[in-house]
Design a protein around this ligand. Structure first.
Ligand code: ZN
Length: 114
């Protein structure tokens, strides 16, 4: 995968993460806002994960944030876009739709997504 593509998917992941976090932040009162942390969104994601359970947020939101966090980590580690089941490159249209996908289309239904 080219650096240009990696940047593209990284931007998508960050935008998705921001979207989820801002939805959650929007539901939190100012006085008890646990997201008033200095630093980037990754830090906010860390702050979020510690309160997510007590806030009773949807499992889907929590799982998606976790998958986004892992995907961003894979970009840093240089193994982004590889299927975790077979090691093949994940189809680009799949990554466009789900930039935090961990498996190729062939393996997407085999429970290796987490
Ligand atoms: Zn695969």
């Amino acid at each position: 995968m080219t650096q240009e593509k990696l940047n593209h998917y990284e931007q998508k992941l960050l935008a998705l993460q921001e979207e989820i976090l801002s939805n959650i932040i929007g539901e939190t009162s100012d006085e008890e806002n646990p997201f008033q942390v200095d630093g980037d969104l990754a830090d906010k994601a860390e702050a979020f994960s510690s309160v997510a359970i007590s806030e009773g947020l949807s499992t889907t939101q929590k799982e998606t944030l976790e998958l986004i966090r892992k995907a961003l980590q894979r970009i840093k580690n240089g193994n982004y876009g590889k299927c975790m089941a077979c090691g093949a490159d994940i189809e680009s249209d799949r990554l466009e739709a789900i930039p935090y996908a961990e498996t190729c289309k062939k393996h997407m239904s085999e429970g290796r997504f987490k």
